[in-house]
Every structure is written in structure tokens, then in C-alpha cells.
Ligand binder design. Structure first.
Ligand code: LLP
Length: 431
């Protein structure tokens, strides 16, 4: 049941969707010890999602490669590794993080429209499982770099299936006007001329049509196009060893939203790729971690404006950008529940000097006062990983909760940390 405000023990505990581990953590005490803003992740909730998806995939040669961009915390990546998941990376930095967390290169796939030569070399040297190639230029660069190292890169072509994922325009990636992937016609030509690139073993297909997808119909359509193309290639004699269906599975951020059932999603994959005996790769990010995380913030003050009532938090758009960037909805809960208070409508805002630093507009909440603790729910994906130090606000601390205990997995950034690497202009050089 979606009851983000449910609190069995108001004032002490907070019970959120699918986040059983939070039941045994006193969020108020946690916030007092570690300060706010504070990201709190539930290890059991993450395990539940990964294992649930792995169970749905049973019988298939399938690998879940967590999209590192969703939450690139070392602790979260270590958890993924323990669960046998791999990583979908899009930069040298994500490669480095994944390897450092112990994820073996055989379980790493490298996506992205702008891989640099340096990043490709890093990934070749690391021995990643596969490059998801997005342009002819990248294919040729991969060929040259692999040839120079006397190695053969395993590659998949990222298909742009020209399907509208029916999600927010800024996170829709599978339409022909988007920068991602290549058309099926272009991909066909790559396979026909694959002998031109002897240092690239082009034996995979990839796609990713967008994120926070709540309707399975676009997935079905895209998977069918992918499946049909695989069959065409196979009958033309091209051996396909891997099909990567991307990520995108949405979650329920808001009452009334219906998240797709992962078992139904996997059924679509089974149907579209029936008869495929190679490896199936999935690249979910959000689905595995979004609901396993909250952002705790303190109410700094309430402010009655001429027209609106503001709830000013100590968290801001630099900590959690999604509402500012996509008008994304996150439930916001007063830790401690209603406590007999009347409901008021607040514009929930942060201290950053932008009107866009708004988490919610006219949000009904129990009357709040300075010092109250609130939880911004569904913050485990694209929260900390998109944070910045804008307005010179140090990065928030992050903790992982497991079995009633918690560990600080990222200490709060100090002012010194924040300026590390900066230096006064003194060492003038000529370029
Ligand atoms: N694979 C590729 C190639 C991707 O580009 C992405 C996400 C994923 C997998 C994972 O997608 P997911 O399963 O998490 O939907 N910052 C936005 C989301 C951007 C997603 C970008 N690509 C947000 O906060 O909603």
C-alpha cells in the first residue's frame, strides 16, 4: 500500500514504501547524529529489488547491469556486486568507480553517445564485456584503438527504434530525433560491412528508449522491433551473442501512478526474444534504487509570503535536482507524522537563490515548524548522483541502513573538501 505518511510511532519512526529497513531505524536520532541534509538508503530494499528482478529472469541467460548513473555510491555498487549484478557505465569515472567497488569487468557494459578515445582505451585495458556503440565514428575509433592494442573489442550496436517511451521529454531517448543510437537501416549496414572492422566483434544489439517508463506498450513495441531485427540478422548469418534491452522501468513516485510489474516486463522480453540463446542484458537504474532511498532535511523556518506559505528546508536543488529539472514529484513526509496537526499547503523550497529551488508547490502537509524533520521520498535514484555544490553548499552525507544498523557511506563534505583542487592564480603559463 502506498502510504508515505504512515507512521506507527509518530516522532520516532518513519515507514515508507518498500523500505522495511527504515522500520527499525530512528530517523530523528539518525538526523541528530549525522546532520542534514542526509541521504538514507536501505540495503534490504535494494536487495529486494535486485533479487526480485533476477528471479523474474530465471531460466534466461540474463545479466542485470545496474545503471551506475542512478546511484554511483561505492557502497551501493558493492551491494550490486555482492548480488551478482554488473554495471552499465557511461564514462571513465563510472568505469573507475565500478571496478573500485569490485564489479568484475566481465559484468560491465559501456554505453554513451560521447565516449572519448581516452575512455575507450581505459575500458579496453580493463577488459569490459561490451561497448554499446552509438555512431559510425565511434565504431571506427573503437576499431583503431583496439587494433593499436592488438585486441578485439566486443561491441553491440545501439539501435534507436524510434519509439516514444511516453515519458518526460528530457529523459526520452528512443525517438529518431534523439541523439542516441542509430537507425535499424544504419545498423544493418554496419553488420553487412563488419569485416571492415576486424578488431571489433560486432555481435550484439542494444537499445534504451528512455527512463521512468510507466507504460509497457512502448517497451513492447521497441522490443518487438529489436527482436525482429535480431531474427533478420540471424537469418542473414550474423551470430548475435548478446542483446541488451536497456533500462527504463519506472517506479511509483506518486499516489495514483502505476508502476509496471517487472514480471510482465520480463514476459515481454521473453516473448520478443523467444528462441534467442545468447545473453540478455538489462540496464535498470531507477527501478533498483529509487524507492530504497530518502533525503532527510530539517525545516529551517516557515515563511508566510504575500501569496504563498513556504516551508524552507536545509536541503536544496543542489542536493536533489529532479524537481527543479523535470518538475518531478517526490512525496514529502513529516517524520513524526501528523501528530494531531491540521493540514496546510506549503511551497516546499530550499535555501538556494533560485525560484526553481522548489521541491513541491502547494503541498498539503501537517503544519510544520522550525526544527521538524522531513523525508523526501523516492530519492535513491538520480539524487546524490546528480548533486552539486551550487551556492557552495557541500555535498550531503549518505548512510546505508541494514538490519537496524547504519553505516556512513559518504561523509559530509567539508568546506576544505569542497575547494580541493582549486588554487589561486599564481602559476601562470603560456599555451
Ligand atoms: N541505460 C542507459 C543507456 C541509460 O542512458 C540509462 C539512463 C539507463 C540505462 C538507466 O535508466 P533507468 O532504468 O534508471 O530509467 N536523471 C533522470 C534520469 C536520466 C536517465 C538517463 N539514462 C531522472 O532523474 O529522472
Amino acid at each position: 500500500m502506498h502510504t508515505p505518511s504512515a507512521a506507527r510511532d509518530p516522532g520516532r519512526h518513519f515507514f515508507a514504501v518498500n523500505m522495511h529497513a527504515f522500520e527499525v531505524v530512528d530517523l530523528e536520532a539518525l538526523a541528530q547524529r549525522e546532520g542534514t541534509p542526509l541521504y538514507v538508503y536501505s540495503a534490504p530494499a535494494i536487495r529486494g529489488r535486485v533479487q526480485g528482478l533476477q528471479a523474474a529472469l530465471q531460466g534466461l541467460d540474463a545479466l542485470v547491469c545496474f545503471a551506475v548513473k542512478a546511484n554511483s555510491s561505492q557502497a551501493v555498487l558493492q551491494l550490486m556486486d555482492e548480488l551478482g549484478a554488473g554495471a552499465d557505465i557511461v564514462s571513465g569515472g563510472e568505469l573507475w568507480r565500478s571496478l573500485r567497488a569490485g564489479i568484475p569487468p566481465e559484468r560491465i557494459v559501456f554505453s554513451g553517445v560521447g565516449k572519448s578515445a581516452e575512455e575507450i582505451v581505459q575500458a579496453l585495458d580493463a577488459g569490459v564485456a561490451r561497448f554499446n556503440v552509438e555512431s559510425r565514428d565511434e565504431l571506427e575509433l573503437l576499431q583503431r584503438l583496439a587494433a593499436a592494442r592488438g585486441t578485439v573489442a566486443h561491441a553491440a550496436v545501439r539501435i534507436n527504434p524510434d519509439v516514444d517511451a511516453l515519458t518526460h521529454a528530457k529523459i526520452s531517448t528512443g525517438k529518431s530525433e534523439n541523439k542516441f543510437g542509430v537507425s535499424i537501416d544504419e545498423a544493418r549496414a554496419w553488420f553487412a560491412r563488419s569485416d571492415d572492422c576486424p578488431h571489433v566483434r560486432l555481435d550484439g544489439l542494444h537499445m534504451h528508449i528512455g527512463s521512468q517508463i510507466l507504460q509497457l506498450e512502448p517497451m513492447r513495441l521497441a522490443l518487438q522491433r529489436l527482436g525482429a531485427f535480431w531474427r533478420e540478422l540471424a537469418s542473414a548469418g550474423h551470430a548475435i551473442a548478446s542483446i541488451d534491452v536497456g533500462g527504463g522501468l519506472g517506479v511509483r513516485y506518486r499516489e495514483g501512478e502505476q508502476a509496471p510489474d517487472p514480471v510482465e516486463y520480463v514476459a515481454l522480453i521473453r516473448e520478443a526474444l523467444a528462441g534467442f540463446d545468447g545473453r540478455i542484458v538489462l540496464e535498470p537504474g531507477r527501478y533498483l534504487v529509487a524507492e530504497a532511498g530518502i533525503l532527510l532535511a530539517r525545516v529551517l523556518r516557515t515563511k508566510q509570503g504575500e501569496q504563498r506559505r513556504f516551508l524552507v528546508l536545509d536541503a536544496a536543488m543542489n542536493d536533489l535536482l529532479r524537481p527543479s529539472l523535470y518538475d518531478a514529484w517526490h512525496d514529502i513526509v513529516r517524520v513524526g507524522g501528523n501528530d494531531g496537526r491540521e493540514t496546510q499547503a506549503y511551497d516546499v523550497v530550499g535555501p538556494v537563490c533560485e525560484t526553481g529551488d522548489t521541491f513541491a508547490l502547494s503541498r498539503p502537509m501537517p503544519r510544520c515548524e522550525a526544527g521538524d524533520l522531513v523525508a523526501i521520498v523516492g530519492a535513491g535514484a538520480y539524487g546524490a548522483s546528480m548533486a552539486s555544490t551550487y551556492n557552495s553548499r557541500p555535498l550531503a552525507a549518505e548512510v546505508l541502513v541494514d538490519g537496524g544498523r547504519y553505516a556512513v557511506v559518504r561523509r559530509r563534505q567539508s568546506f576544505e573538501d569542497m575547494v580541493a583542487g582549486e588554487q589561486p592564480a599564481g602559476d601562470w603559463r603560456k599555451a
